[in-house]
Every structure is written in structure tokens, then in C-alpha cells.
Design a protein around this ligand. Structure first.
Ligand SMILES: [Zn+2]
Ligand SMILES: [Zn+2]
Length: 301
């Protein structure tokens, strides 16, 4: 298994495939909206989908990722539990699996042992297509379970977190049924419950799945690399808003414990904004904000 040279260029067919994988399903979904509007999709469904997307995405980015995996800040117990629950409702796996997998990803980034690197099969077009599939979704289907005792002993020792971990099944049911219940009660129809279940339940979970997986796949293939990381992580600006700041992935690998990933001017980072709100409210402290000196040391070249 050869690692790519730092200056290797992706062949054009693979480049096109990556863009197609990112854009075609999204455009299909956008095309379905006017078709369904008025009979199978309402403003209520849109509002519910946006609200559940935002809450569960931030549960993943601020909670599972920046807080639980990397310790970018400290949090009071109620916030800690709230973030664990919100992140679980993104249906990306129970918290102990998620954190252990992600710590393993950083420990072996883009090398053998990384659970979801796109670079494990070589650099030819076929190898990259296979690598992209593996990094995006294939690894999720893999039956390997990362060793929690090795990669998440701190969370294993926490009763609250073990409980949230065990409640993953019920929380999955809740995250799908809650929009349906709200949609049904607001419209007082079964149809209102059904469309809310479809858009704010199923479509919302799927959309966030692909955004998160794109950080694993696209953000290790395409984008800018202004900071010195030991892997192929890159900043991919088109996903900055939908990923709530996580697609500034090059900085994240260069400085994993930083509470802010979008550190350069104009780099929107909604997760960092929320951490700042928590800090101001006194719910979070010891936040690892980046300093100009630290960023200068991390700059590439
Ligand atoms: Zn990464
Ligand atoms: Zn990370």
C-alpha cells in the first residue's frame, strides 16, 4: 500500500467522479422539492427539517467531535449530557463507537489503521474511486469495531456517557418519530405526520449523514492546505455552512484540539460560534481558542 507523494495530482476521471458523487444526489433532492411542494412538502416540513438538522449537526460537531473526541473545551454536566443526546440523534452510531473511530482516524490519518482514509488503495483512478467509496460510506458498512478501551477509556469510565451510549436505539426512534408527532399535531392530520416523518426524519438524517461522510472523503481529497498537517486533510469551502465549520478540515488536522476550525478571515464556523455562546453563558470553560502565534507556527511551508 503506497502512500501518495505530496504533489500527486488526481486524474481527471476520478476528479469528475468525486464532484458527481457530491452534487448529483443533492441536485436530485433539490429537483424533488418543487415536484412535492403543495401536496407532499410544506413550510412546516422545511422548518422541522432545518431545526432537527441544525440541532443534531451541532450535537455531532460541537458535542461528539470537538468536545468528546478532542476535548476542545470543558463543559458542565447538563451540557455534556445534552450534547451526547443531540449527537446521538444524528444516527451516526453510538457515542463510544463514534469517538473511538474518530480518535483512531486522527492517530493513523491517511495511513494503515485509519478507519476511513480514501488513500488506502493507491492513487490510480480505480484505486481512488474505491478509496472515495470506502472513505465515504464503505467503512460504515465494515464490521470492524474500534477498540473502545484503547481509544475512549475516559468516556467508558463515565456512567452518564455509558447510559447515553446504551440508549442509542431509543434515541434513533425518537429522532425519526419526533418530527412526525410535531407535524401531525400541528396540522392535525396523518398526512402532516407522514410528510414531516419523510422530510424532517428520513431526508434530514440522510442529508446530514452525507455531509458528515463528505468530511471523511472529500475533505481528505480536495481543497486548500494552508496548514501543515501530517496527512491529506484539506479545507473544502463549499461544505462550510452545511457542515457547520467541519469542512475546514486541514486546520483541524493541523491542530485537532482547537475549538475553532475556520480560523482564516471569512471562514464561517457555526460550531465555534455556538461554543462561544456556551462559554459566555458559563456552561463551557477552558476553551482552546486559536492564537495568532499558534496559527503562524502551524502555517504550511
Ligand atoms: Zn480527517
Ligand atoms: Zn477530529
Amino acid at each position: 500500500m503506497a502512500l501518495p507523494m505530496l504533489a500527486a495530482k488526481r486524474p481527471l476521471p476520478a476528479q469528475v467522479a468525486v464532484y458527481a458523487f457530491v452534487t448529483v444526489p443533492f441536485l436530485a433532492l433539490v429537483a424533488a422539492v418543487p415536484l412535492a411542494w403543495g401536496w407532499g412538502l410544506s413550510w412546516l416540513d422545511v422548518a422541522l427539517a432545518a431545526a432537527f438538522y441544525t440541532a443534531t449537526c451541532l450535537g455531532t460537531t460541537v458535542g461528539f467531535h470537538r468536545y468528546f473526541t478532542h476535548g476542545a473545551f470543558k463543559a458542565r454536566r447538563s451540557l455534556r449530557i445534552g450534547l451526547a443526546v443531540a449527537g446521538s440523534m444524528a444516527v451516526q452510531g453510538p457515542i463510544l463507537h463514534w469517538v473511538a473511530d474518530h480518535r483512531r482516524h486522527h492517530a493513523f490519518a491517511d495511513k494503515e489503521g485509519d478507519p476511513h482514509s480514501p488513500w488506502l488503495f493507491g492513487t490510480g483512478p480505480a484505486a481512488l474511486a474505491r478509496g472515495f467509496w470506502h472513505a465515504h460510506l464503505g467503512w460504515v458498512l465494515d464490521r470492524d469495531l474500534t477498540n473502545q478501551r484503547r481509544f475512549a477509556p475516559d468516556l467508558l469510565a463515565d456512567r452518564d456517557i455509558r447510559l447515553v451510549h446504551r440508549l442509542f436505539g431509543p434515541l434513533t426512534v425518537l429522532t425519526l418519530l419526533l418530527p412526525a408527532v410535531i407535524g401531525g399535531l400541528a396540522t392535525w392530520t396523518w398526512w402532516g405526520a407522514a410528510t414531516a416523518f419523510f422530510w424532517a426524519g428520513l431526508v434530514r438524517v440522510t442529508a446530514l449523514h452525507h455531509v458528515t461522510w463528505s468530511v471523511n472523503s472529500v475533505c481528505h481529497m480536495i481543497g486548500e492546505r494552508p496548514f501543515a498537517a501530517r496527512d491529506r486533510s484539506a479545507n473544502f469551502w463549499p461544505l462550510a455552512v452545511l457542515s457547520m465549520g467541519e469542512s475546514w478540515h486541514n486546520l483541524h488536522h493541523a491542530d485537532p484540539t482547537s475549538a475553532r476550525h475556520g480560523v482564516l478571515p471569512g471562514q464561517i464556523d457555526i460550531s465555534a460560534w455556538l461554543i462561544r455562546r456556551f462559554e459566555r453563558a458559563g456552561w463551557a470553560w477552558d476553551v482552546r481558542w486559536p492564537t495568532p502565534e499558534r496559527l503562524a507556527r502551524l502555517a504550511a511551508g
